[in-house]
Design a protein around this ligand. Sequence first.
Ligand code: SF4
Ligand code: SF4
Length: 426
Amino acid sequence: MTNPNAKTAALPYNRSRQAREAETMLDHITDDFDDNPPSMAYFYDLFRRAYCRGESIEREGVRVGTTCIHAPEELIYAFGATPVRLCNGSYHYDQIGADFMPAKSCSLVKATLGMLSSENAIPKTGKLDLIVNPTTCDQKKKASAMMAGMGHSVYELELPPAKESEQARVYWQRSVREFAVRLRQLTGKKLTRKNLMAAMAKTSRAQVAFRTLHNFRRKAPSLILGKDVFLVTNAYFFDDIDRWTDAVERLNAELAQREKDGFCAAQKKAPRILFTGSPPVFPNLKLPLVIEQSGGVVVADETCSANRMLYDMTSVDEWLLNNMVDSLADKYLKPCTCPIFPNNDDRIRRLLDLAKSFAVDGVVYQTFAGCQVYEMEQRSVAEALNKAGIVMLAVETDYSPDDLGQLTTRIEAFLESIKTRKRKAT
Ligand code: SF4
Ligand code: SF4
């Protein structure tokens, strides 16, 4: 097998394969649509700097890579460290990752491994002092040893196999407390009530900004397209959290003005789509993009690169340190709707609720080839949605651009069928 690194090492970064991949996606996001919100310029520029020009976005202090939304970022901030989410969406890194995992594995896991094994990995967030890998799906679990084999220091954050029982809750709370001990060893700092409160305030300010953005998406006609919202939430993976929150607040102010002005970001009759399944991670935003290039609008999502990552907030009963840590643990377990858990009625409830409250016309369900858990849940989700009169299109894909034509045909047909249904209903 050729080593793609060997080919790109001699090239200036902006001519490397991963830079061109990111640039192509950003060009589509910005140039294929009229009336992009001016305040999105912050995010377009951030991705161009980080992914297309390879600029460093390093930050001071201890850096903790996370491979999944189950890693409690408030704890990382409370120890004065910075979390960086490592889930990766690059086809270039996916191909490198195929040297570690079977070729038919999930693109997200392969791309993350491919990125971690590359010199000068993008985004350049600096050397990681620790990678916390929650024991979620089988592929992520097996990735721990591979990351360690690359020389990374890996901490396995043990999740219980189910989330409903009291035993599961207690098990997970203990795991989170043990993680705090590991962070203390890593940083040499002590966890205090004050530091944790400050960290929780930081993430909760970001979440409030996200929720405001989320609520603007309920509006009909739409004020913002889904491709932009996915870019915003993907920036949360690596951007400075305060800068990110400021930028989202500016975007929200612009959307408020758009609402007053009666602005339409999509055609008034554009089918309103709820996106669920395997998470869209930049630069692999191809499916949301195809939906909107084909005349639909993604008005809501149930994915761990957007809504599931930022919507649920911590609810604290007593502001004592131990209670706060336990409440944080609860936030990362109870509301999570990832299909790794055996019983996932919560996911169906959430999808039905989103479909209703966002006046959704149809659901697009993305499954990455090789992801069994999302594939296994497809049928029960489709049945529940169909019972509620909502149509669903299941799409299996990966990070390769090869299926773009076929995806476009399927999405166009799906959107057309929604329009026909709506015409008949009126
Ligand atoms: S799909 Fe599930 S296991 Fe994978 S990153 Fe998202 S939340 Fe974590
Ligand atoms: S998409 Fe599936 S296989 Fe990939 S990380 Fe998520 S749960 Fe695991």
